[in-house]
Ligand binder design. Structure first.
Ligand SMILES: Nc1ncnc2c1ncn2[C@@H]1O[C@H](COP(=O)(O)OP(=O)(O)OP(=O)(O)O)[C@@H](O)[C@H]1O
Ligand SMILES: [Mg+2]
Length: 505
């Protein structure tokens, strides 16, 4: 093998969908035994490029070579048979089936008489899990596992093909910190064996830590490939968005007003949940919620929204007691909740952007006939204000990139003009440019006197836009950190929060 021979080389790849040129002379050169990060804004063409490799899409033109030999895979099966495996951005699992059936779907081992050899399937699954140190029962129904465990199973499945090229499309978006470390150990082991890994992520720190090379795409085009060692965060952002982005956060002009929500001794009914939480949310305030994974931040928001059952305590809104017994009631009380798993739960794939953007607001479009003009106007607002990349409003949402689908769902809830906006990991899977737009929209709502609560695992974003931060620890409120007092101007704010987060663990 000559020195400049790549394990995988994709050159001049082009792919056009109706109304979009998704790939335009895209390029990727993967060396064996390395992690190659693929970066770019939402809709830049990362997933499409990988689907052209994996035989899901047929490229319009361009060449793909493995070890210098031209290849074209006509289906995922074909790609897998030739040493290429892929973990998709969206989990595609059969929820009613158990873990091992999902692992070996389409390649069940059979006995001599032609029946499925469940004993072998169990043993093989166990063996893969043991090798990768994954603690999951192969016989458990997959729908009963947490999203992060399901993600780990999907990764194990890809590894089980013994591929020479492994594509991971945003594998860590729902993993806990420990699981991310775990995944990185698995990746190191694979690269040591000579596997080449293509790693797609929006998490800058992870990229700089784990990857050897970085390729940046913009608008379907190859922009640059550099060694990770010579790149900085700022440089990556500049290459991704095509301009200097000096500020990651918009300026804050919101003013804290009267008490909007007064939450007293608030608990959920069913474990795992939050217990005896006391806090106030003011008009005009952005209140962050920090904590380790499992600290019940999501449970707190979901219980406030009436999605999970309340166990005790009280909530007053504008001085009057309210009881969000159901989510419908919460909505009528002016609450909106943007969930962590919005892509799994909130998308009507076969429907248009307009439908998906306006569905939560449908009451305001009049009866008996819906006011199409207003719906169009509102949809345009969503597309413009969060920069949704789509050929038109009539496009089916499932043909948008993963990040752009999420933006539509966020827009859907912003359209309802909630008085209390509850956000769970609002910028997960969203590119840096669009994050800025989302921060701006959050701050705009606060400036209008609304109250915002935001759960986030990204400390810089909590510190960047929140006025105060609730720190949850093991279901309890460990403390409230105030801007300007405990952070902002004073260094060490991050340590204060981390210490509180560990208080009851
Ligand atoms: N099946 C499809 N039909 C029509 N258009 C598509 C389809 N798949 C992707 N596109 C379009 O191709 C472009 C690139 O999308 P792609 O999913 O590759 O982006 P991405 O870089 O993976 O973004 P993200 O970070 O949001 O996942 C987008 O404009 C998207 O709308
Ligand atoms: Mg993608």
């Amino acid at each position: 093998m000559s020195e400049n021979q790549y394990l995988l080389e994709m050159l001049d790849i082009e792919k056009t969908f109706p109304g979009v040129k998704a790939l335009d002379h895209a390029k990727l050169q993967l060396r064996s035994g390395t992690v190659h990060a693929l970066m770019g804004e939402n809709g830049a063409g990362k997933s499409t490029l990988m689907k052209c490799l994996f035989g899901i899409y047929t490229r319009d033109s361009g060449t793909i070579t493995m070890d210098g030999k031209p290849v074209t895979f006509t289906s995922p099966r074909d790609a897998l048979d030739n040493g290429v495996a892929m973990v998709h951005q969206e989990l595609n699992q059969v929820l009613r089936r158990n873990v091992m059936e999902n692992m070996w779907l389409g390649r069940f081992p059979t006995t001599k008489i032609g029946t499925v050899d469940t004993r072998k399937m169990y043993a093989d699954t166990k063996a893969v899990f043991e090798k990768l140190e994954i603690d999951v029962d192969p016989k458990q129904i997959i729908g009963e596992l947490s999203v992060s465990k399901r993600q780990m199973v999907e990764i194990a499945k890809a590894v089980s093909y013994d591929a020479r090229i492994l594509v991971l499309d945003e594998p860590t978006s729902s993993l806990t910190e420990d699981e991310v470390e775990h995944l990185f150990r698995i990746m190191n082991r694979l690269t040591a064996e000579g596997v080449g890994i293509i790693y797609i992520s929006h998490k800058m720190d992870e990229i700089l830590r784990i990857s050897d090379d970085v390729t940046i795409m913009r608008d379907g085009q190859w922009i640059a490939t550099k060694s990770a060692a010579e790149l900085t965060k700022e440089e990556i952002i500049r290459l991704m968005v095509g301009r200097e982005m000096t500020n990651q956060f918009p300026p804050k002009n919101n003013e804290i007003g009267e008490v909007l929500l007064d939450v007293k001794d608030f608990s959920g009914m069913y474990e795992p949940t939050c217990h005896h939480v006391n806090f106030q949310l003011h008009r005009g305030e952005v209140l962050g919620v920090a904590g380790l994974v499992g600290s019940r931040r999501t449970e707190l928001l979901n219980t406030l929204f009436g999605y999970f059952t309340k166990g005790g305590g009280s909530v007053e809104m504008n001085g009057k007691p309210i009881n969000n017994v159901t989510t419908d009631e919460a909505r009528k009380n002016g609450f909106a909740l943007i969930t962590e798993e919005r892509r799994a739960t909130g998308i009507f794939g076969e429907n248009t952007i307009t439908f998906n953007a306006t569905i939560a607001n449908v009451d305001t479009y009049g009866k008996p006939l819906l006011n199409g003009k207003k719906m169009d106007k509102d949809t345009d607002w969503v597309i413009d204000s969060i920069k949704v990349k789509t050929p038109s409003k009539k496009t089916h949402i499932k043909s948008l990139s993963g990040g752009n689908q999420q933006k539509v769902i966020i827009g859907r809830w912003l359209l309802t003009q909630p008085d209390v906006l509850l956000l769970d990991e609002p910028t997960r899977g969203i590119d840096v440019g669009a994050k800025y737009e989302i921060y701006q929209l959050i701050l705009n709502l606060a400036e209008q006197g609304k109250g915002v609560m935001m759960v986030s695992s990204e400390m810089p974003e909590l510190l960047g836009i929140c006025d105060r931060i609730l720190v949850m620890s093991n279901g309890q409120l460990a403390g409230i950190v105030e801007r300007g007092k405990d952070f902002g101007d004073i260094p060490g704010e991050q340590e204060t929060i981390m210490a509180l987060a560990a208080k009851y663990v």
